[in-house]
Ligand binder design. Sequence first.
Ligand SMILES: NC(=O)C1=CN([C@@H]2O[C@H](COP(=O)(O)OP(=O)(O)OC[C@H]3O[C@@H](n4cnc5c(N)ncnc54)[C@H](OP(=O)(O)O)[C@@H]3O)[C@@H](O)[C@H]2O)C=CC1
Ligand SMILES: CC(C)(CO)C(=O)C(=O)O
Length: 314
Amino acid sequence: MKIGVAGAGAVGSFFGGLLAKKGNEVTFLARGQHLKVMQEQFLTILKGEEKLLVKGTFTDHMPDLADADVVLFCVKSTDTIEMAKQLGSILKKDAIILTMQNGVDNEEVLSNLFGENRMLSAATYVQAALEKPGIVKQSGSFHLMIGELSSEGKDICEEVVQLFNAAGVDARYAPHILETKWSKLLWNATFNPLSAISGARIGEILDHVHLRRTAEMVCKEAIDVAIAKGLNIDSEKMMLTIFDRAEFARTHQTSMLQDRIKGKKMEVESMCGFIVKQAGAMSIHTPTLDAVYSVLKFIDDTSNGRVDSYVNSL
Ligand SMILES: NC(=O)C1=CN([C@@H]2O[C@H](COP(=O)(O)OP(=O)(O)OC[C@H]3O[C@@H](n4cnc5c(N)ncnc54)[C@H](OP(=O)(O)O)[C@@H]3O)[C@@H](O)[C@H]2O)C=CC1
Ligand SMILES: CC(C)(CO)C(=O)C(=O)O
């Protein structure tokens, strides 16, 4: 299988890199300094104590992905539409697209553009960051849950799970992937926006009595929305699971905080606005989420201008 990585940032470089290291033919679509370093040297993956040097095809030329059989779709959700439209014009008609993004809203956009039968989706459990251009750092354990969006995709989904397993990635088949991704979204909705607003790492949110209380309220409200959407969730158990998992990510700067520090657009809609809108449509009261969303939106819309010095000092 030929693999393309659409958006080789932290997640795409990490998982694409592990596949390439196993001998798969991987083409990484990237840009900027990160691309330059990978082209001039190689991609470096810092995986726990291991240092992996990855050679592959690193490009900013979209048509280089034209012969990919599977595309790891790894851009931020703010870039989903633009990337999907460009890919749509060059990919083979039977190429499979695996979105590894957070949130549950990219699936609909991508299915509309590529067709549901070509779509796979992954819940991506990893703590990855671009430490420097050309260098991706991963901490803690990682695994993938992968499922198809249409029953026609089941066989290829199992092949893709095998592909990752053969490369040493703990990937498992998820028969109800959107439910799995909703559960992950509840985690992200609880911690990512608060971390981005406050600059706090997960551990600091857990330890600060007020931030923790706010996180708990956000979590409870988001769970209420998920339940109203039909997810079979026990509210108290889910909340315990979310806060237990957070203990393993104490030192992590969420991907949203990483974006804010870099002055990049944040995934505000996918991780927060989406739930607020769903709540509104079902007349569910989510006052804490609404407040968090409005502050986050202001920060995102105003490009951090007034607080740059504070954020840069983190
Ligand atoms: N990081 C993590 O630990 C985790 C992230 N996720 C999710 O995975 C997804 C990806 O996150 P992450 O890897 O952190 O994000 P990154 O921003 O690190 O990676 C996305 C990359 O795509 C590049 N890109 C965007 N458009 C193009 C284009 N047209 N041509 C070439 N390159 C392009 C970006 O370049 P540029 O920087 O120049 O914009 C960036 O390098 C998100 O949905 C995130 O929420 C999920 C679990 C964990
Ligand atoms: C917390 C984490 C790393 C979980 O995989 C994540 O999804 C994020 O930072 O956005």
